[in-house]
Design a protein around this ligand. Structure first.
Ligand code: ARG
Length: 268
């Protein structure tokens, strides 16, 4: 059974602007956000996940995006060092929760920006890490060293896709779906070199955060708005659960951003 960490959206809102999706003027509808989050929570429960909840904190509206808490492998946890001050306050709360739940917490040096699972996803035995907008390359190297895993860093070039989980989603059969234009040419080559059977997501679907999916074996939980992708996933034997995520898209997040694996990997 997969264990996941979520954070209820009690204090969620658009209170600052740190990515191109966020607009304080537009805001998010609290009641709809609650409903959409509940839809995700219940879907994950139905798919037999054990869902843990961290208590939301007033004044930390993005704490719902638990993928950015850090990265857990086995019983080890490396917390994020957020690039933006607006989110930095979340880190101690997540670290405290992880510690209380039996994780050995090791911090990166202060000047190493790293935004957790949002920028670090295993595809096979390789940890694919995104850098530039949020996480730094030197942090990836450090994180890989701390966990003793093999990592590949790829540069993100489109500010709308500022974390790797917004444009790249590994699948358990070794494949992945992704929005290639979010990566520089070298990153695209690297991904094509290392990942077989890639599904390219078209821009019209990528902007619905279609790559921001929670994959649980053959089940894929993703935002609605990607009929082409869903068809291709179904052809490969995946079952898709499409959820409305409009209120979280307004903060630049969706299903995967709202979820952290506990742990992402049992062993290296
Ligand atoms: N508003 C949040 C931010 O800009 C959204 C985080 C989305 N998380 C993710 N894993 N992509 O940091």
């Amino acid at each position: 059974m997969r264990e996941l960490l979520l954070c209820p959206p009690d204090h969620y809102g658009i209170e600052y602007e740190i990515n191109p999706w966020m607009s304080r003027a537009r805001g998010a509808e609290a009641a709809i956000a609650q409903q959409q989050w509940k839809g995700l929570y219940e879907t994950l429960l139905r798919l037999d996940c054990k869902v843990h909840l961290v208590e939301p904190v007033k004044g930390l509206p993005d704490m719902v995006f638990t993928a950015n808490a850090g990265l857990a492998i086995g019983k080890k946890f490396v917390p994020s060092n957020f690039r933006h001050q607006e989110r930095a306050g979340e880190a101690p709360y997540f670290a405290k929760w992880m510690e209380a739940h039996g994780y050995e917490v090791t911090w990166l040096p202060n000047d190493y920006y790293f935004e957790g699972e949002g920028d670090a996803l295993f595809g096979g035995d390789t940890l694919f890490c995104g850098y530039k907008f949020r996480s730094d390359v030197k942090s990836h190297h450090k994180v890989a060293e701390m966990f003793g895993c093999h990592s590949i860093s790829v540069e993100l070039v489109d500010a709308r896709f500022y974390h790797i989980d917004t444009c790249f989603c590994p699948l358990p059969d070794g494949g992945a779906f992704w929005f290639p234009a979010a990566f520089d040419e070298y990153g695209q080559h690297t991904i094509r070199d290392h990942v077989t059977d890639l599904i390219d997501v078209v821009e019209e679907e990528a902007v619905h955060f279609s790559c921001n999916a929670v994959v649980l074996d053959r089940q894929v939980v993703l935002p609605e708005g990607a009929p082409n992708l869903v068809r291709q996933l179904r052809d490969r034997g995946y079952e898709c659960h499409q959820l409305p995520m409009s209120e979280f898209l307004k903060a630049g997040g969706a299903c995967k951003c709202l979820t952290m694996f506990l742990p992402q990997r049992e062993t290296i």
